[in-house]
Structure formats: structure tokens, C-alpha cells
Design a protein around this ligand. Structure first.
Ligand code: SF4
Length: 289
């Protein structure tokens, strides 16, 4: 079967989707709405980003709840996680924490890894750049994942929290790519802390909502999420906006989360959809992935 491709007018349709999107409605639902108040300065924002992206599993309500519980554990100051003098109290308070399959002892170990890292380096950007300068974005994520995995003994399942695109599994690395988006993009609501990584180098955080719509718009022909699919979707968006390809991530993701897209051809809902001419479901060609 011939691969589905968006229409030549797709960049215009995507721009309309972006321009008409109710950002304020969806921002309230997004995990970054609870992370931003915790990122009072550069160090705290980076810690908020790394622990928030680590917890970004499941629906947005559960993720916001998990971040809120972590904020409560640290009395509202995430910098306490990397304060060596607070390590024993941190372990005690985190002991009963649980979010999906992520346990408190794993977060405690992450805090220990970050404490050691920050002892002589100012930012995780240094870790990313070490790989990026050698081999591009995937190598940068690999270097960051290896840094966060740490060395020595770790709790069961800890290292699996930080997959790399260079692993044999070729994971889409949704949580680390989301962390990079938050750190690099300067446009609200992202933090824009890292200045040495250009926005044009970013890859899309390919969660199930973004993958679903990207597949049905013909930005990838891959029906399963993988690093190869991340690169395909990112390249398609880079052709539209070489300077800032991930600017569309929030809109594509929340079009799915909000129910703006019913994920099937529905005359009553698809009518105002700006990308309708490009959608394989609207054209009656699609199969849901
Ligand atoms: S046309 Fe309908 S199914 Fe296709 S992307 Fe738009 S809202 Fe979703």
C-alpha cells in the first residue's frame, strides 16, 4: 500500500492548528504547570525538569499528582533532593513514594546521582553536550542517560528508567526528549535554560498521542513507537520549521489528550480540525495504531 503523506498545504494547516489552539486550557492539564512554580531558579528548574520527566508515565492527572507529592515531600523545595545534609531525611521521606512502577528508593538513588553530579558540574547540559558534540542528538541523549543511570549499585529497575536511543531496544526515549524540550526551548511554557543546544537540533517527545496523530497525518509510516519513528517525525517537522521543530509538540500532544481529536472519523468533531485534509482517517484510509 502506498505510504500516506500529508498534502502540500500541510505546513499551513499545522500553523492554523497551532494558532487556534487553546493553550491556557491545556497548560493547566500539562505536568509543566506544576513544575514551573517549583523551578524558582536555574538549579531548581533543572531538578524539576529531570524528576518531572522521570515521573512522566501515565495520564497527566496522575503525573501532576506524583510531582505534587514529591513537592510535598521536599516541603516545596526540590533543591533539597540534592542537598547532602538532607540525604538521610530524603531517604526516609521517599521510602513510601510510589508512582506507577517508579518507587521511592529509585527516586532516592536518582537524587544521590544528581547530588554527586552537581558537586562539581553546574548543569546536566554539560553531560548532554559531551555526547552531542561527538555524535549528534541521539549521542547526546545517550550521554545524558548514562549520567543519570550512574555507576555502582542501584535499586532494582533503576537504570531502566533512563533508556537511550542507542540501546538495542531503540527506545523512543519520550521522557528524556521531553526533558530536552523543557530545557532548551525558550518559548513559554518551556524553561529555556540551556543555551548551547540549538532548538533546531531537538527531537520530538513521541508519546502515544503524538505518535498517533503523526502516523495518521503521514509524518511517519511506522506504526510502532521507536527511535526511528522519532527521527522520521522530527525530520518532517524540521522541514516545516528548521529553527524550532518541536514547537508543535505541545499542540499535537494535547490535541489527543484533550479529546479535540476523537481518533476516528467523526463529522461532528472533525469539522473544525485544521489538519483534516491531511488526515488518513478523514480520507477513510486509516487504521488506528
Ligand atoms: S480529522 Fe478528525 S481524526 Fe483526523 S486529526 Fe482531525 S480531529 Fe483527528
Amino acid at each position: 500500500m502506498r505510504a500516506h503523506r500529508p498534502t502540500p498545504e500541510f505546513p499551513h494547516h499545522l500553523a492554523l492548528l497551532y494558532a487556534r489552539f487553546p493553550f491556557e486550557r491545556s497548560l493547566a492539564d500539562d505536568p509543566i504547570s506544576v513544575l514551573r512554580p517549583l523551578g524558582r531558579d536555574r538549579r531548581r528548574a533543572e531538578i524539576a525538569g529531570v524528576v518531572g520527566s522521570t515521573l512522566a508515565i501515565g495520564n497527566t492527572t496522575a503525573i501532576r499528582g506524583a510531582i505534587g507529592r514529591l513537592a510535598g515531600i521536599t516541603d516545596g523545595d526540590l533543591a533539597r533532593l540534592v542537598d547532602p545534609s538532607w540525604a538521610a531525611e530524603r531517604s526516609r521521606r521517599l521510602a513510601s513514594f510510589r508512582h506507577r512502577w517508579i518507587r521511592g528508593d529509585q527516586l532516592d538513588h536518582l537524587a544521590e546521582v544528581l547530588t554527586d553530579y552537581y558537586a562539581d558540574r553546574p548543569s546536566l547540559e554539560t553531560a548532554f553536550l559531551g555526547g552531542w558534540e561527538r555524535g549528534g542528538f541521539a549521542a547526546g541523549l545517550d550521554a545524558l542517560a548514562r549520567t543519570l543511570r550512574g555507576s555502582g549499585r542501584a535499586p532494582a529497575g533503576y537504570r531502566a528508567l533512563f533508556p537511550s536511543p542507542l540501546d538495542a531496544s531503540a527506545s523512543p526515549c519520550k521522557r528524556l526528549t521531553l526533558f530536552l524540550r523543557w530545557m532548551v526551548r525558550t518559548e513559554y511554557p518551556d524553561f529555556g535554560l540551556w543555551s548551547r543546544v540549538p532548538t533546531g537540533a531537538l527531537c520530538i517527545p513521541l508519546d502515544q498521542h503524538v505518535h498517533w496523530i503523526a502516523y495518521h497525518l503521514g509524518l511517519t509510516s511506522r506504526r510502532t513507537r521507536s527511535w526511528a519513528a522519532v527521527e522520521e517525525v522530527s525530520e518532517a517537522l524540521r522541514r516545516i520549521d528548521p529553527i524550532d521543530p518541536t514547537r508543535y509538540d505541545f499542540v499535537l500532544c494535547h490535541t489527543g489528550i484533550s479529546g479535540d481529536c476523537p481518533k476516528h472519523r467523526d463529522l461532528s468533531v472533525c469539522g473544525p480540525c485544521s489538519v483534516r485534509p491531511d488526515c488518513r482517517l478523514w480520507q477513510g484510509r486509516g487504521i488506528a495504531v
